[in-house]
Design a protein around this ligand. Structure first.
Ligand SMILES: [Mg+2]
Length: 118
C-alpha cells in the first residue's frame, strides 16, 4: 500500500493544480506526481540554460548572458521543485540525501559524513 504524502495526511490532496471546473485528471495522485516530475525536469533544464548563458558571458560569446546570481536562482528553483516532488511522494528528501551521502562515503572509505536529523 502506498504511503500517504505529508500533504495527503493533512487532507491537502489538491495542491492547487486543479481549480474547480477545470480538467481534474491532474488532481489524481499520479497526475500531481507527474506534474511535479515535469516541474523538476523543467527547472533542471533552466539550470543548464542559465549555466550556458553564464559561460557564454565569461567567454565573451555573443548572445544573452546570465550572472552567477541567475544560476544560483535556477539551482534553488530546481531543489525546491525536487523537494515538492519528494513531498508529494512521501519521501523525506533531507533524510534521503544524508543516507545516500553517508552510504557512498562509507563505500569509498571517505571520512566526511552528514549529520543525521533525529
Ligand atoms: Mg526556474
Amino acid at each position: 500500500m502506498r504511503q500517504l504524502s505529508p500533504l495527503e495526511r493533512q487532507g491537502k490532496t489538491n495542491l492547487g493544480l486543479c481549480p474547480s471546473g477545470q480538467d481534474n485528471r491532474i488532481c489524481t495522485f499520479a497526475g500531481q506526481t507527474a506534474f511535479r516530475g515535469l516541474e523538476v525536469a523543467g527547472e533542471f533544464g533552466e539550470v543548464a540554460e542559465a549555466l550556458k548563458k553564464y559561460l557564454r558571458g565569461t567567454r565573451g560569446i555573443k548572445g544573452s548572458t546570465a550572472d552567477l546570481q541567475d544560476v544560483a536562482n535556477e539551482m534553488a528553483d530546481a531543489i525546491i521543485a525536487l523537494d515538492l516532488l519528494a513531498d508529494q511522494m512521501g519521501i523525506d528528501l533531507g533524510a534521503a540525501v544524508t543516507r545516500k551521502f553517508n552510504a557512498t562515503s562509507q563505500k569509498y572509505g571517505l571520512e566526511t559524513r552528514l549529520p543525521a536529523d533525529d
